[in-house]
Design a protein around this ligand. Structure first.
Ligand code: HEM
Length: 540
């Protein structure tokens, strides 16, 4: 308790002294009022379902607004395309990640790509990139298919044992284990065996990791993280590393476990490289790229290990939850499900006619509706719904739409003082009606078949003008991997089974840093999506 009071006093003194001497402020940007000096608006945002409050604020105040953070701090909440383009593309290194969340990532994975900044980030990214190109991601396609197939095979076996035509499956843990398996094989040429046994220590450690750390945040947790975001980097790091918070224990344990495995794998890959037997998995490419790098620019051993933890963490819950939300949508709208299945059957006939037994990535080119479904899932359910940054110096944000301040001044660009914290709303940007159409609030894959969508000239995002994978020099390195994986899983799942919702359960989009489905009334059980599954009819 004493530490918390001390930190609050340090924060208030530093923040208000700075504000006093700062020559401009964002306090006149319109935004929601708050009755609580201690917590501000953040509990409303962070305790709600993902995106819910984003959409409300966007409708009330537009694409740039001011929110109150704890202790009277003002933050910007942004979904304006031009401002996001500036922050993430044009001036990305002037807008580093916020300190508290950076340290959280460090606790999860160590000093890897998601954590480092500036020149270090450039160095890490250069070594990582060769593993994540277009050809590399396409080459992993058979692996994604095989993992999806292994999962559907397990469900078929359960169905046979039950003697019933249909079973109810909680798909979230299954898909999570299948994508863990996929990342294991593609990234490390390693089999976790996560689909064979629920007891694999790493698979177990990752189960509900995000939910335990970020799920159902208390006001106290929100206050603590907000204070960390404003402390000097090393002080925040020291406090978090020495924290005995139960919320952080799961992350610390998982990091230790996967670092042990990372050590073995890095040793094995380095040996194979020396012997001239290097493989094509991401880790082998990384070790190879690192070895041929100028020694001053090489990654250190602890950084290499952190990359492996990073790839597992960033690369499996994200795709798993995207697959779960895609399944939810095809249950809500059976006509979408039937149309996708018709397209899959037609593509299967083409594959058979050319004498192949499985799909190739080039088959997607004729599967326009499936690709539209994948884009719509990433648009409507961006699993990283908010991204956090701060201005490292005084700056001026360009705006797509002018902001009228509370004193009536119309601003066509927005001056912001050094230190301003920014919450980028991916969820709200992805519903921009000018870019994605007047029905942007509705889940509708057909929008992607209109040649007017996306309607934008701004180069925001790496895929389909969505902000789902962020943009610029810190954009998601694994976006092609995720796109391929979603296509493969949807083909296998919808080709094999028909899905429908179990009973009348209300599914929530739970805010756990990575958005995950939970069931209303059973939130404390963590990620859940219970679906009725039965075999789909095949061609004669
Ligand atoms: C649906 C799937 C995915 C989504 C929505 C997603 C989203 C994102 C977003 C928004 C960022 C930027 C975060 C920030 O700047 O704070 C990011 C970064 C990153 N993602 Fe993904 N991601 C996905 C899948 C993957 C996969 C499959 C991998 C690896 C196999 C991966 C690896 C990474 C890495 C390493 C970074 C850090 C990049 C950097 O800082 O330079 N992601 N991702």
């Amino acid at each position: 308790m004493f530490t918390e009071i001390f930190l609050v006093v340090v924060f208030i003194t530093v923040y208000f002294t700075y504000k006093r001497w700062s020559h401009f402020s964002i306090s006149q940007v319109p935004g929601p009022s708050s009755n609580s000096f201690l917590y501000g608006n953040l509990p409303e945002l962070l305790q709600a379902q993902a995106g819910e409050v984003d959409f409300k604020w966007q409708a009330m105040y537009g694409d740039v607004l001011r929110v109150r953070a704890p202790l009277g701090e003002d933050r910007l909440f942004i979904s304006d395309p031009k401002a996001l383009q500036y922050i993430y593309h044009t001036a990305s290194y002037k807008f580093p990640k916020v300190i508290g969340r950076r340290h959280l990532s460090r606790l999860f994975v160590g000093p890897g790509l998601t954590v480092v900044d500036g020149e270090d980030h450039k160095r890490h990214r250069k070594v990582m990139l060769p593993g994540f190109g277009g050809p590399e991601s396409k080459s992993f396609f058979p692996i994604f298919f095989a993992c999806a197939e292994k999962m559907t095979q397990k469900w078929k076996e359960t169905m046979e044992l039950s003697g019933s035509q249909s079973i109810v499956v909680n798909v979230t843990p299954w898909v999570s284990r299948a994508t863990l398996e996929a990342i294991g094989e593609a990234a490390f040429d390693y089999q976790f065996g996560a689909l064979d046994s629920v007891d694999h220590p790493i698979a177990k450690a990752y189960t509900n990791l995000m939910f335990d750390t970020f799920g159902l945040p208390t006001k106290r947790a929100i206050l603590s993280l907000s204070i960390m975001d404003n402390l000097p980097y090393n002080l925040a790091g020291f406090i978090m590393e020495n924290s005995r918070s139960a919320r952080l224990a799961h992350a610390q344990k998982t990091n230790k476990l996967s670092t042990v495995l990372a050590k073995d794998l890095v040793t094995e890959k380095s040996k194979a490289l020396l012997e001239g037997n290097s493989r094509r998995d991401i880790m082998s490419m990384l070790v190879k790229a690192n070895a041929s790098e100028n020694p001053k620019k090489r990654l250190e051993q602890r950084e290499l290990l952190a990359q492996m933890n990073t790839i597992i963490l960033a690369g499996h819950e994200t795709t798993a939850n995207s697959i779960s939300f895609a399944l939810l949508e095809v249950c809500r709208k059976p006509e979408i499900q039937e149309r996708l299945r018709r397209e899959i059957r037609a593509a299967e006939r083409v594959v058979r006619q050319r004498g192949d037994s499985s799909f190739l990535p080039s088959d997607f080119e004729s599967m326009l509706y499936l690709s539209a479904m994948v884009k719509e899932t990433f648009r409507y359910h961006p699993v990283l719904y908010n991204i956090f940054r701060y201005a490292a110096q005084d700056d001026v944000l360009p705006l797509s739409t002018p902001v009228t301040t509370t004193s009536g001044k119309v601003l066509h660009e927005l001056p912001i003082p050094k230190g301003t914290q920014i919450i980028a709303s991916v969820a709200a940007y992805n519903r921009n009606k000018e870019i994605f159409g007047d029905d942007a609030d509705v889940f509708n894959p057909d929008r992607w078949l209109r040649n007017t969508i996306p309607n934008t000239k701004s180069a925001l995002g790496v895929y389909a003008s969505l902000f789902t994978f962020a943009g610029g020099s810190r954009s998601c390195i694994g976006w092609r991997f995720a796109v391929m994986e979603l296509h493969a899983f949807m083909i296998e799942l919808l080709g094999t089974f028909e899905f429908s919702l179990d009973d009348n359960e209300e599914i929530r989009r739970e805010s756990t840093f990575v958005m995950t489905p939970t069931i209303e009334g059973q939130i404390e059980k963590g990620s859940q999506l219970r679906l009725k599954v039965k075999l789909a009819a095949r061609d004669e």
